[in-house]
Design a protein around this ligand. Structure first.
Ligand SMILES: Cc1ncc(COP(=O)(O)O)c(C=O)c1O
Length: 351
């Protein structure tokens, strides 16, 4: 495999001179800041938010670096990992020419982001066991295939992809391999973050929206080589993580113990929910999950979905998604929420 970042990058991105913000040009301490056209009188809030935030979110990255064991220079922060997906697409894929490869059923934003950026999409479905079809992937890749998106644990199936299969792709494909680890904290398997030095083409996505319970703050992470992170920083909007999110994230990152307790509880509840759902007559199959949700095959997905909505319970109907016929996806809730979804499903009557 010969990986050459320069060959992969779009010409306009190679030449791009990024916007240089006021906070890029002067980073030090001063008594009077009159450089960014902010409002020096303050904010209509008890705490002032009148100054632009750190464009590179260094304090947040330093804390994340110590938690994740990844150097600050190898971390990019996005407004949710959805922004990381979009930035990667814009870095590497020439609109109307290049393509990405996805392995459905998988997270929907890879496809939507490709459409927004006018990037073609090659789809190689997972096998019936929800694993990678390596020969078909090899066959599908062409010179314009710039990014392969792998999601492990996968949404909506919940399983992890075989590590050896991912390694085959990392070792043999010379484009960018994105491993989306949004659900890694709920998994039995270890992250790829410690493998960054071995694979110059690897980008790992994680998020604070799931295990960390911070979906509303919109903080996603990309871990990759310094060169790739540098390119992503050039493309992102200057102040993509707002000050309130940076402050609250820093506060939350002090609470690793509390988050680990929640993860343990969610994983325990996942097993209880799976066991209880098996006692529901309309449930035909529960797929094994390394995530905080279950893919559940039921006799009548649309009717059950609508019935649950009537009861005030919202699940996700995935029955029209590739390889997921008959399936709904249920997020693991609190013990009370899990009992209520199980009881409601027991009360559903097909007649
Ligand atoms: C696999 C996967 N990746 C990324 C995301 C988006 O995460 P974020 O909230 O960080 O944008 C989701 C959200 O559901 C997801 O399931």
């Amino acid at each position: 495999m010969t990986f050459d970042l320069n060959n992969l990058l779009r010409e306009n991105i190679k030449k791009l001179v990024p916007y240089s913000s006021a906070r890029d040009e002067f980073k030090g301490e001063a008594s009077t800041f009159l450089d960014a056209n902010e409002n020096s009188f303050g904010s209509p809030l008890t705490k002032w938010y009148n100054r632009y935030p750190d464009p590179l979110q260094i304090k947040v990255k330093e804390k994340l670096s110590s938690i994740k064991g990844v150097p600050v220079e190898n971390i990019f922060l996005g407004n949710g990992s959805d922004e990381c997906i979009d930035v990667l697409m814009r870095a590497f894929c020439e609109p109307g020419e290049d393509n990405i490869l996805i392995v459905p059923p998988t997270y929907g934003m890879y496809e939507v982001s490709a459409h927004i950026n006018d990037v073609n999409i090659k789809k190689v479905p997972l096998t019936p066991a929800f694993q990678l079809n390596l020969p078909a992937i090899e066959e599908a890749i062409d010179d314009n295939t710039k990014i392969i998106f792998l999601c492990s644990p996968n949404n909506p199936t919940g399983n992890s992809l075989d590590r050896e299969d991912i390694e085959v792709i990392l070792n043999n494909y010379s484009g960018i391999v994105v491993i989306d680890e949004a659900y890694i904290n709920f998994s039995r398997f270890r992250s790829f973050t410690q493998e960054l030095n071995d694979y110059p083409n690897l980008v790992i996505l994680q998020t604070l929206s799931k295990a960390w319970g911070l979906a509303a703050l919109r903080v996603g992470m990309a871990f990759a080589s310094q060169e790739i992170i540098h390119v992503m920083n050039k493309i992102k909007p200057p102040y993509n993580i707002n000050q309130a999110s940076q402050e609250l994230t820093l506060q939350a990152l002090e609470e690793v113990g509390q988050v680990n307790d929640m993860i343990r509880e969610i994983v325990a509840q996942r097993d209880i929910l799976a066991k209880d759902l098996l006692t529901v007559p309309s449930v035909q199959k529960i797929y094994p999950s390394d995530a905080n949700f279950l893919l559940v095959q039921v006799t009548n997905p649309k009717a059950i979905y609508n019935y649950l909505i009537e009861k005030g319970i919202v699940v996700r109907d995935r029955s029209s998604v590739a390889l997921c016929a008959g399936c709904i996806r249920i997020t693991v809730g609190t013990p009370a929420e899990n009992v209520s979804v199980v009881n409601a499903m027991k009360n559903w009557n097909p007649a």
